[in-house]
Design a protein around this ligand. Structure first.
Ligand SMILES: Cc1cc2nc3c(=O)[nH]c(=O)nc-3n(C[C@H](O)[C@H](O)[C@H](O)COP(=O)(O)OP(=O)(O)OC[C@H]3O[C@@H](n4cnc5c(N)ncnc54)[C@H](O)[C@@H]3O)c2cc1C
Ligand code: SF4
Length: 495
């Protein structure tokens, strides 16, 4: 097969892929970025909850087969796929891990700290130093100041402080202040939706635009199928055009895999890589939502309020369980059709009517890296002739303990805020998937070395969330972004 040649080919355009591609192209490397999704449309329908959450406008062509919660069979789920990956759907929360979270890592918080600072700059994070009671050291300034709390967030702030807690404003990668770009309209459809006006600082709206202007070839609808290796090097990347279904190849001096923590290990397995830990130690946090029904409308103006975070309980169980507990964050309440859709039979109408009286808090707790939680390949194939990705996952008792601990604390805040009836909703998505190609100091302990290079390959690096050896207790994207900048720097140093 005739293959165009690049200095570097990057696979996947999420935080991990886009930031590496951006750095390589800025350093003068001829770089191509392969992304299986298309550009988000950024029209009215992108803010329509039915279109995005129920009809799944950006649903991937290939399902994931998921077996979880002790079930015996695999169920099909369809992730979203667009240029920019999950950054397009993320809620903007941009928090650093804390020094103790690095206990099982081959690098320390101090190693990553300068890259965190650069990632915060590139992502235009709005935050307030000195307000997080467990703030990591060396955080001296955020690029932008925070904005005032909206009414629903104020309610939570007052309840939290009345309980003696220290709620602080979530550092957000959302453009509230740079007038050279579209400003945030503070709408209710942020977390889980593409931003129609491109005020969310996702990869497609920010980094990829700069990288493309600097010469990055972004090839969309390109499904990477196989990495072709010879003598310990990846020589070519084979991909399928998702529209024409034709197969193409690119040859490269260097390949960076960033297809996300579910797809990157699957691509390695399909390509014949045989490290025994490929796909193992899948983590996704142990998340739940505390919901309360209030005797008044909680957000009549339907304004953005993912603004507050509580880290007060972060270290409460470290001595006993060896991990962080996690954080509690404000989160929006979906529209009545979405709540009705997810409500149990018999309650759908009632719950739909009560939607306007609900307020929620999201609990993000650390989960244990367990060898049996894994990604593997099915014998069933997708429309591109690729084996489907299989995911097997179970939470440990400690995971559930941490989550339930946070849920109880979140419920206390909601009750203090005036909530009456409470309900818990457990999150079963893989939106925080990480860990399936962990980095380590020896090949026995991990798939990647400390620079995130595959141990047995001279020129294959991984820069998405797969590299993380533990999940810590905060949302993962800033850590993925910071590490991608670190990996890019290591690659360039070696050249
Ligand atoms: C609704 C939602 C809200 C979230 N909110 C937050 C938040 O507020 N804060 C936070 O820190 N984190 C949040 N997250 C998590 C965060 O978005 C992810 O952890 C992060 O985006 C993962 O980045 P990544 O680069 O590892 O992978 P991804 O974003 O998954 O990128 C992988 C890319 O590779 C592409 N790809 C996959 N397979 C192939 C292939 N074979 N060929 C070519 N391309 C391929 C995919 O289409 C995708 O674009 C949220 C996630 C979701 C879904
Ligand atoms: S809240 Fe702001 S950044 Fe988020 S989708 Fe709405 S306008 Fe965009």
């Amino acid at each position: 097969m005739n293959a165009a040649h690049y200095d570097a080919v990057v696979i996947g355009s999420g935080f991990g892929g886009s930031l590496v591609a951006h750095a390589l192209v800025q350093a003068g490397l001829k770089t191509a970025l392969l992304e299986r999704g298309q550009w988000a449309k950024r029209d009215d329908a992108d803010w329509d909850q039915r279109t995005i959450l129920l009809q799944k406008r950006y649903r991937a062509a290939s399902p994931l087969l998921v077996k979880q919660y002790g079930r015996r069979t695999f169920q099909r789920t369809y992730p979203n796929e667009v240029v920019g990956g999950n950054s397009v759907f993320f809620g903007g929360a941009s928090l650093r891990l804390r020094p103790a979270d690095f206990a099982r890592w081959p690098l320390s918080y101090a190693d990553l700290a300068p890259y965190y600072a650069r990632a915060e700059q590139l992502l235009g994070v709005h935050g307030e130093v000195g307000t997080d009671p467990h703030e990591p050291p060396g955080l001296t300034a955020y690029p932008h100041a925070t904005v005032e709390l909206s009414a629903p967030a104020q309610r939570i702030y007052q309840a939290g402080t009345a309980l003696g807690l220290q709620p602080f404003k979530i550092p957000l990668a959302i453009n509230f202040s740079d007038r050279t770009r579209p400003l945030c309209l503070r709408c209710i459809t942020c977390d889980g939706f593409p931003c129609k006006v491109e005020a969310k600082n996702d990869m497609a709206s920010t980094v990829l635009a700069t990288a493309s202007a600097a010469g990055l070839d972004i090839i969309v609808g390109a499904v990477a199928k196989r990495l072709m290796q010879r003598d310990g090097r990846v020589e070519q990347v084979e991909y399928v055009d998702s529209t024409s279904r034709q197969t193409h190849a690119l040859s490269a001096d260097l390949v960076v895999l960033a297809a996300g923590a579910l797809n990157s290990p699957a691509l390695m397995l399909r390509s014949g890589f045989d490290h025994p830990l490929i796909g193992r130690f899948l983590m996704r946090h142990c998340n739940g939502i505390a919901n309360c029904i209030f005797p008044f409308r909680t957000n009549p103006q339907q304004v953005f309020h993912k603004q507050l975070c509580f880290s007060d309980f972060y270290e409460d169980l470290r001595a006993e369980l060896g991990t962080a507990v996690g954080v509690i964050q404000d989160i929006y309440t979906p529209a009545p059709p979405i709540i009705r859709h997810h409500a149990p039979w018999g309650f759908k109408t009632l719950v739909g009517l009560l939607t306007g009286y609900m307020q929620n808090l999201l609990c993000i707790s650390e989960d244990d890296p367990r060898r049996d939680n894994r990604v593997s390949l099915s014998s069933e194939q997708d429309i591109f002739g690729m084996e489907l990705v299989q995911v097997e996952h179970a939470y440990s008792d400690a995971d559930c303990r941490r989550r339930d601990y946070l849920l109880a604390k979140a419920e206390a805040v909601l009750r203090q805020a005036g909530g009456l009836l409470r309900y818990r909703y457990l999150i079963d998505s893989f939106s925080h998937a990480i860990g399936t190609l962990r980095c380590a100091t020896t090949p026995e302990e991990g798939v990647l070395d400390v620079d995130c290079r595959y141990w047995d390959s001279e020129n294959l690096y991984v820069s998405d969330g797969s590299f993380m050896p533990s999940s810590g207790g905060v949302n993962p994207s800033l850590t993925i972004a910071a590490n991608a900048l670190r990996v890019a720097e290591r690659i360039l140093e070696k050249r």
